[in-house]
Structures are given as structure tokens and as C-alpha cells.
Design a protein. Sequence first.
Length: 200
Amino acid sequence: MSEDTQSHKEKMQERQAQQRKKVAELKDPDKGLVLVHTGAGKGKSSSAFGVAVRALGWKQKVGVVQFIKGKWKTGERQFFDRLGEVTWHTMGEGFTWDTQDRDRDIAAAQAAFGKAREMMESGDYDLIVLDEINIAMRYDYLSVDEVIAGLDTRDKRTGVVLTGRDAKPELCAYADLVTEMTEVKHPFKAGIKAQRGVDY
């Protein structure tokens, strides 16, 4: 065995021992976690639906409440509908600039969060995705305090993923995991329209 190979092996053995020690010290929180996917970059909802697929792989019960996207046909919705294992509620009425009616947008967000609370408190779900809820808080259709209060009342079993840019600092402080998507380059800025299967 060469000196480089031996040195590499020793370094990896040391890292492995350190990693195993860290893992052995970790504790199971015995509750569902709160994840926030935010930032100006693309992929917040896509990542949340990836978490949903992972949960389904473990035969866990998954629910989705969409706050903004309205009747827009998306690949993920069509996929989960075909699968037939996800409880899905699309309760928004489209982008905020589409409705142009603040009272209507507030009513839609409140109804969506009412449905989300009902699902979170039921004890029926391992994971619930609250898609674009951060946008509802950004425009003050929902207060961050009422959202955190709702998360507090969720069943112990239930983990929640909240997506959308501009997540409130209070929500980020409350969450167990916060991921911020950073845009480096986007085809839209090069004049390329959204692509089916990639963007929706």
C-alpha cells in the first residue's frame, strides 16, 4: 500500500470514528419537525415535494395545502393525483397580481390555513406541505403569530414544510430546519419562458 493510500485510509478512518461518535450522541426528538424552504432561488416547492416523496417511500401519510397557485396545472399535482396517496387541497386563487382583490386573497389564505390547522391537529398525517404559505405571510394575509400558534397545536406525529420566499424571521427562528435557495442564474432573465416538467 502506497504512503498516499495509507494516509488517506487513516484520515477516512478518523473521520468515520468522529462521525459515528456524533451520530451516537444525537437524540430522537420524538416529534414531527418544522422545515422552512425560502429564498429568492427556484426549487422551494420542488424540494418540499421531494420530502413528500421520501415520506411516501416510508409509507407515511402526506397532505398538501397550496396557498397561492390556484388552478394552475402542475406536474407535481398530476403525479400525486395519479399516485392517489396524498391528500391535496389547492386553496389559493393564483398569483397575488392575478386576483387584484386583497380581501379575497385574505379570505382564501385564512380558509387554507383553517384547512391546514384541521389537518395538522388531526393526528392523521406524518407530513404536511404548506406550499407558498410564506407568501401569504409576506402580504399579511396571515400573521406569523397565528401560523406559529397553529404549528404549536399540531399533533406530535406531524412534521410540516412551509415554502415560499421571504419567510418571516420569527418563523425561521421557530423552525427546526431552514433552507434558503439562492438564485445564481435563471432562464426567465434570458427571455426563456417556463418549461413544462422543469418549472411546473
